[in-house]
Design a protein around this ligand. Structure first.
Ligand code: FES
Length: 142
């Protein structure tokens, strides 16, 4: 009887692996199977590309392929609703509509959190007066 099972076949992929560099996320580099959807890789690996719908409707996942543009698939009609020909020429794509078949680097505009004001001032609490550093009493050493 042979009872040996091959190791973790569920996580294996027959596809060659590629590298995706998420420039706006500290240049985080992750590996993914060839022909992966860019937004799915970002979600799985915490790449950080912003998104809402995941289906080409909202335009949130707009990103720019900085390197490896030739390793992305054809532009989809849904992308044309959000991006101009000029933007495509500059490397912009919608991550949820883009499949990657080679190494790329991608950047994007960080999204402002609409629930928060653009800048948050730190207010001192009334109970705690602003700390003032007591003057260090240095003795005049001789
Ligand atoms: S996440 Fe909405 S268009 Fe890509």
């Amino acid at each position: 009887m042979t009872g040996t099972a091959p190791g973790s076949p569920l996580m294996q992929s027959d596809r060659p692996m590629i590298e995706i560099t998420f420039l706006t996320n500290g240049s985080k580099v992750v590996s993914a199977p060839e022909n992966s959807n860019l937004l799915r890789v970002s979600l799985r690996e915490k790449g950080g590309i912003p998104f809402k719908c995941g289906g080409g409707l909202c335009g949130t996942c707009k990103c720019r392929i900085e390197q490896g543009r030739e390793s992305t698939d054809a532009i989809k009609p849904k992308e044309r609703r959000h991006l101009t020909d000029e933007q495509f020429a500059q490397g912009y794509r919608m991550a949820c509509q883009t499949f990657v078949n080679g190494d790329i680097s991608v950047s994007w505009e960080p999204q402002a959190d609409p629930a928060r004001p653009p800048s948050i001032a730190v207010r001192p609490t009334a109970a705690a007066p602003a700390p003032t550093a007591p003057a260090a009493s240095t003795t005049d050493a001789e």
